[in-house]
Design a protein around this ligand. Structure first.
Ligand SMILES: Nc1nc2c(ncn2[C@@H]2O[C@H](COP(=O)(O)OP(=O)(O)OP(=O)(O)O)[C@@H](O)[C@H]2O)c(=O)[nH]1
Ligand SMILES: [Zn+2]
Length: 368
């Protein structure tokens, strides 16, 4: 995995990386942050025309998918400006020119590997890809040899998508008295790739926690949690769950690095702009190339296991969270609703969560 994880950093820095398959290779760059110079670099170092790989969600959104669940590869015309490439990945309506759409095809395994690296970087999920053939050009071979361009085996890159190498490890901890629960301890967990960090907030005295243990899995929301954004209910749920756990004898809040349902803050802000133009929260994410919810809960499960918790009362309205824990063998003995406040800015967001993601929010929405 090591090379693939390093590749994620290079992609975020705007550097191309090389992915090697058994017979051929591709140079990859992210669409986010793309410059004419970078497009030219791929062209000079590669030996095929540059293509754009988009996810199955984006392909379906624009109607170019000829296969129900295929990520697609588009041949880019020579000299296409960066803004038009970005449009191919983000435009609200399908504006894909017919000459590009008609020749779209499902991605090859190497293109799929390229998308996996870009997706793991949490940038816009779209990759520029140029074939490098079985024998590399001299200049490319030299750049790979001296380490300027990272070479990643395709199977490693693909594995980024299928099985996150988790193994969270407890890294540090300290007492942090909270306004809503004076007796609290923060325990930081770090994923094996060294990037993502999640926090377990232990509320009250673990020795006297009730059984089942009250547990909240809370996905990070910078706007709501820290600034009290009215676009969502996250801030209220966060403070409300700390209070509720403290009042019921203590338990755990897992603060998970899953900003924007796992798409990252940059993409969440992009999605907000689309919502301001009329889309709902699910369509906005899908039009940018994401699924309705990109979160995974393996890290949360590992954290609970590390803390020795196997039976919980889960504070959530989200059926996916209940399912994820149950499937991992954690007994969700009870589910407790956790309602924020409805306001004119979050009403549509909450209605969409209920209607399209099956969240249990009837009680709250009835008040609307
Ligand atoms: N992509 C996207 N993410 C959003 C939007 N609004 C809020 N979020 C994110 O949605 C997530 C909400 O997290 P939680 O409150 O833990 O989960 P939930 O799915 O609402 O389920 P509950 O347990 O019932 O609260 C956070 O990661 C937010 O950053 C939005 O419009 N688009
Ligand atoms: Zn939020």
């Amino acid at each position: 995995m090591q090379q693939a994880e390093r590749a994620v950093f290079d992609i975020r820095r705007g550097q191309p990386v090389h992915i090697s398959g058994p017979e051929a290779g591709v140079l990859v760059a992210a669409v986010e942050g793309l410059t004419p110079a970078l497009i030219n670099r791929l062209r000079v170092l590669g030996c095929e025309k540059t293509r754009l790989a988009v996810t199955s969600h984006r392909a379906r959104w624009t109607g170019i998918a000829n296969h129900a669940s295929a990520a697609m590869s588009l041949l880019l015309p020579d000299g296409i400006p960066v803004s038009e490439i970005v449009d191919l990945c983000t435009a609200r309506h399908d504006t894909t020119p017919a000459e590009i759409a008609d020749r779209a095809r499902p991605v090859t395994p190497l293109e799929s590997a390229a998308l996996a690296v870009v997706r793991a970087s949490r940038l816009l999920p779209a990759a520029l890809v140029t074939g490098t053939g079985p024998v590399h050009r001299e200049e490319l071979a030299a750049l790979i040899k001296d380490g300027t361009i990272l070479d990643v085996p395709a199977d490693q890159a693909l594995a980024l998508a299928s099985s996150p190498r988790l193994q969270v490890s407890e890294t540090s901890d300290a007492i942090v008295p909270l306004a809503d629960s004076e007796e609290s301890r923060f325990v930081l967990f770090r994923e094996a790739n060294g990037v993502q960090e999640h926090v377990a907030v232990l509320i009250g005295d673990p020795k006297t926690w009730p059984n089942p243990v009250p547990v909240r899995l809370h996905s990070a929301c910078l706007t709501g949690d820290l600034f009290g954004s009215l676009r969502c209910d996250c801030g209220e749920q966060l403070r409300g769950s700390v209070r509720e756990i403290a009042n019921t004898g203590g338990g755990v809040l897992l603060y998970l690095a899953q900003e924007g349902r796992g798409i990252g803050l940059a993409n969440k802000l992009r999605a907000y702009r689309l919502q301001d133009q009329g889309m709902d929260t699910v369509d906005a994410d899908c039009s940018l190339g994401f699924g309705a919810d990109e979160r995974r809960y393996e890290a949360a499960v590992e954290m609970l296991q590390t803390l020795g918790i196997d039976r919980v009362r889960l504070l959530t309205n989200n059926p996916d969270k209940v399912r994820a824990l149950q499937e991992a063998g954690i007994d969700v003995a009870d589910r407790q609703p956790l309602l924020g406040k409805l306001n004119r800015h979050n009403a549509r967001y909450l209605t969409t969560k209920a209607d399209r993601a099956g969240h249990f929010l009837e009680e709250l929405l009835r008040k609307a």
